[in-house]
Design a protein around this ligand. Sequence first.
Ligand code: NAP
Ligand code: G4F
Length: 342
Amino acid sequence: MKKKIALIFGVTGQDGYYLTRLLLSKNYIVHGIKRRSSSVPTKRIDTFLNQNNFHVHYGDLTDAASIQNLISIIKPDEIYNLAAQSHVGVSFFTPLYTANVNAIGVLAILDAIRNSQKKMKFYQAGTSEMFGKTKDKFQTEETKFNPQSPYGTAKLFAHHITQNYRDAYKIFACNGILFNHESPYRGENFVTKKIISTLTKIKFKIEKKLILGNLYSKRDWGHAKDYVEAIHKILQQKKPDDFVIASGKQYSIKQFVNLTASRLGIKLKWIGKGLKEKAITSSNQVIVEVSKKYFRPLEVDHLRGNYTKAKRILKWKPKTNIYQLIDEMINEEKKLIKNLKR
Ligand code: NAP
Ligand code: G4F
């Protein structure tokens, strides 16, 4: 049987790693796009670089010509757009750049597909941040969008333009609306990775303090490995459609700190309020503090997804619970620390 060809924008990121691993295991030929960088950008995907079925090319979502060229040369069966300026907080500092990559870049891919002779399926990495300030306790595909950041707003354009190209040009184009998903491969400046990495280092006396922003926002966290399985399933359906992918569980940042501390055997007591809130150990050492620096101009207070549609149509459900996720991330940090000490 002829091997399917996949093209992944954002192959060097967290989800890029897990999706590449999944598609190679399913015997795809995988092409990934990397950006020019002054440091090595392919750290996460190093293990795949010597495989015959894996190819990496230079390109950038802000360069429509590079997108057009890559799509016309590679002629993929499936295109996965995971590329984005993916940090919500940073999007307030770089709003135009974020919109160029996360909104206009998606349109550039869709237009290249429209102009191609070959039929290609397209997946757009949408996000629960599009729901933003929501009154709904659980968010579904029907929940009203109300984004609260340049990131969420740009992603909402991408969501609508994907639907627009699907309807107008009959392109097999789908949106995933994914809630937060984490792993040992998560970027260092997302809150779960920051909490786990710093608390593990505190446990091993390599660091002294964890400094966070808003402790009271609530998120629905799953494992990236499970979520890329849903992404792949979305493109294997008979009809193009949009799906919420979530765990259905919700924890605050403070609860995530408590869970991580308890998995590490650190006893914490919280004292103070607002910017003076702190967590101390049984020997009165302050190990968690709050700083204004990590607050955003606008916050999304709570997110919690309802994945009923994905369960019914994709036959998908999350496999990893929050304890397993935290333990896996802690174990990875411990390995890194061991290597540091060698
Ligand atoms: P990530 O680790 O930050 O990866 C983002 C990828 O996009 C990286 O490969 C990055 O390249 C690439 N990229 C950034 N700007 C680019 C540009 N101008 N041109 C080409 N590539 C560019 O993010 P992730 O966690 O894997 O998330 C994957 C996608 O899902 C993103 O679109 C994100 O917005 C979306 N999403 C993520 C979550 C989540 O919780 N993880 C939830 C919902 C939606 P470099 O490696 O060179 O930076
Ligand atoms: O880990 P975060 O930066 O993730 P956020 O903003 O929820 O965005 C992630 O999930 C989205 C899906 O919902 C994706 F679309 C997006 O690409 C990204 O993957 O922050 C989570 C929460 C926020 O409320 C933030 O204000 O944690 C709070 N927080 C508190 N202290 C912090 C910190 N966030 C970060 N990054 N760093 C802190 O020190």
